[in-house]
Ligand binder design. Structure first.
Ligand SMILES: Cc1cc2nc3c(=O)[nH]c(=O)nc-3n(C[C@H](O)[C@H](O)[C@H](O)COP(=O)(O)OP(=O)(O)OC[C@H]3O[C@@H](n4cnc5c(N)ncnc54)[C@H](O)[C@@H]3O)c2cc1C
Length: 461
């Protein structure tokens, strides 16, 4: 039980509006795709870094475990709470403090939604490239703490590459303000990296300085079909080299994924016949629509000549482009299969074809009827695998996990490409990390959070 004295002390810092109790908490769902309610009984809602720091001092004094909450779109149970834990939500830390067009930076509090940041950058003629399906709900603090990836990683990198500065509050309330705005800064350790991708276990992010880019002035998008995986990987090399490294997206869908998302009851229609084994959504952002389209078409013609693709549909308008992306983004169709398990792994591109065959073979040893649909940000070495075996009982889940994770061991693939570890993957972290790496992670955690109050039990422990 959370102590009464604790509640009194945090209320004196935050005021009545800064704390939610009882049904105001339990009426909320534990996550955007989770039906169960939040188990914690207390949500603390600081408005700024100073309030956050003061409440962390109280939490540390009472050794009160806390779980940071952003938009609750995380997919690995990293924001799940129990009854003893208290939530610190960034929902009132929603100010965009500055957009510096000359310096190409945007400074925002952690609770600002990703889409709001994209729109703010756009309104100033700039571009913030991070983009994911959850853009309308996820927060920039959540993106930073999960080091989110998304659709444009091949061109702009993951969230880590888009953050120049960051402010975080440690478990003892100390404010670490690394609000750097320069592209170059090698003055000692880059401390912000401790908090990016550490899922709220080392500190709570209060602010970020984001790196903005110039807005692309042209978009060229096509859906392509290929007959073999060999063609897909040669196509990547072909397109990327002809674009001089300016490829913006290279998303691949295995046939069963494409079939599902382009057949009723899905609303999208198949722009290309459903008979091919691989479908590739390619995008190139440039600066001159007419010239870029001509060059893009030439690249695709050459790909046809070289027999790297069998069919192609090129978007002729923004509406066509959205329709092509809607196919790739309609992941929720997977729920037609009943309970599903979403995997997010990474591995070298040249191991992918054999790996997927291996996963399917392993699954067929356990189940006669199963689904294993595959798609992903292939150019980033990242595949999403969605499995369905008719049930989600613990034994089925652990068998599915073994089928997907164990084959990664031999080529040191990652059990998490972009979603993080949370509670869901912590038993498998050892597949992707050495004992020495794990020991160093744990020692950092012990050092920064000796009372283990920050998101305890997540990632490891
Ligand atoms: C439809 C959909 C599509 C998605 N697509 C992608 C994708 O393409 N790529 C991708 O990488 N992910 C994707 N995700 C996963 C998810 O959106 C990201 O992990 C996102 O970054 C989480 O942000 P959030 O604000 O919702 O964080 P939450 O879910 O609230 O929290 C996630 C983790 O961050 C911690 N946290 C939150 N805020 C803070 C803070 N201020 N300081 C410290 N820790 C904090 C939480 O404790 C938790 O550990 C998708 C999810 C959905 C539902």
């Amino acid at each position: 039980m959370v102590e009464e004295k604790f509640i009194k002390e945090v209320t004196s810092v935050l005021g009545e509006k800064g704390i939610l109790l009882g049904s105001e908490v339990t009426e909320r769902k534990a996550g955007i795709w989770i039906e169960e309610p939040i188990k914690s009984k207390v949500i603390l809602r600081p408005r700024n870094t100073e309030e956050l720091s003061k409440i962390l001092i109280v939490c540390n004094k009472f050794k009160q475990p806390i779980v940071p909450h952003g938009g609750l779109t995380g997919l690995v149970e990293s924001a799940i709470t129990n009854e003893e834990e208290v939530i610190i939500s960034s929902e009132r830390m929603i100010n965009i403090e500055e957009v510096d067009v000359t310096g190409r930076t945007l400074t925002a509090q952690a609770g600002v939604k990703l889409q709001t940041i994209q729109e703010e950058a756009e309104s100033k003629g700039m571009f913030f490239p991070l983009d994911l399906g959850a853009r309308g709900s996820c927060t920039i603090g959540g993106n930073a703490s999960t080091n989110a990836g998304g659709n444009r990683v091949i061109r702009y990198g993951m969230t880590r590459e888009l953050i120049l500065g960051l402010e975080a509050v440690l478990a003892d309330g100390k404010i670490i303000s690394s609000m750097n705005k320069m592209l170059k800064n090698n003055a000692g350790y880059d401390l912000k990296q401790l908090f990016i991708g550490s899922e709220g276990t080392l500190g709570i992010i209060s602010k970020v300085v984001l790196r903005l880019q110039e807005k692309p002035l042209s978009q060229n998008t096509a859906l392509l079909a290929a007959e073999s995986f060999q063609q897909v990987s040669e196509l990547l090399k072909h397109i990327d080299s002809m674009l001089g490294g300016n490829l913006s997206a290279f998303e691949v869908m295995w046939r069963d994924f494409y079939l599902l998302v382009t057949s009723p009851p899905a609303i999208n229609k198949p722009p290309i016949d459903q008979k091919y084994p691989y479908y590739i959504l390619v995008e190139y952002s440039g600066s001159d629509q007419a010239k870029d389209s001509e060059h893009f078409n030439l690249i695709l013609e050459k790909a046809l000549e070289k027999n790297l693709i069998t069919d192609a549909v090129i978007a002729k308008s923004e509406s066509d482009r959205r329709k092509l992306w809607a196919i790739r983004d309609d992941v929720e169709q997977q729920y037609q299969y009943g309970p599903i398990k979403i995997f997010d792994v990474s591995l070298p591109i040249n191991c992918m074809e054999g790996y997927i065959k291996d996963v399917r073979k392993k699954m067929s040893e356990h189940w006669k009827d199963f689904h294993c649909t595959v798609f992903g940000h292939l150019a980033d070495c990242n595949l999403h695998i969605i499995t369905a075996v008719g049930g989600n009982d613990p034994s089925s889940i652990s068998k599915m996990e073994e089928c997907v994770y164990e084959p990664l061991r031999s080529f040191r693939g990652s059990v998490s490409a972009e979603h993080g570890i949370g509670l869901e993957k912590k038993n498998y972290l050892g597949i992707s990390r050495t004992d020495e790496e794990l020991a160093l992670m744990k020692s950092l955690k012990n050092n920064l959070d000796p009372n283990n109050i920050l998101n305890p039990g997540k990632i490891f422990g």
